[in-house]
Design a protein around this ligand. Structure first.
Ligand SMILES: [Cu+2]
Length: 124
């Protein structure tokens, strides 16, 4: 016999790993954003802009924005930049007072995978 059972299963596992690896890299990871993580901006931004590594589905993506006292900040409907499907734009419906803010984001990428994360910024 050419293959013993353990060797065959190792070969299969390797083949599966090679086939599935590109999907792992296709997840939408947050590359950068405005206001940037840990940044202090001098004026209240009119929108949050998040740039991902892959295209995102705006219907299934969004953020929760909270202030330092855990108060929820109103945000408008999530938009996707149609020139750049990896860019999510979240309009803010109120002026941000000076203080610290936390952005909890979640996105579904065009391949259907979910990713999420958190960052903070502050307004002077
Ligand atoms: Cu993915």
């Amino acid at each position: 016999m050419l293959f013993t059972a353990p060797r065959l299963s190792r070969t299969l596992a390797l083949a599966v790993a090679i086939v599935t690896a590109p999907a792992v890299f296709a997840h939408a990871h947050l590359k950068n954003q405005y206001p940037a993580a840990n940044a202090e901006v001098t004026a209240s931004p009119q929108a949050l802009t998040l740039n991902f590594s892959e295209g995102i589905e705006p219907k299934f993506s969004g953020v929760t924005l909270t202030g330092a006292q855990q108060q929820n900040i109103k945000t408008g409907a999530v938009k996707r930049n149609e020139q750049d499907k990896a860019q999510m734009i979240v309009p803010l419906e109120q002026t941000l007072q000076p203080g610290n803010y936390t952005v909890d984001w979640h996105v579904v990428s065009v391949d259907g995978h979910k990713t999420r994360g958190t960052y903070t910024f502050s307004v002077k």
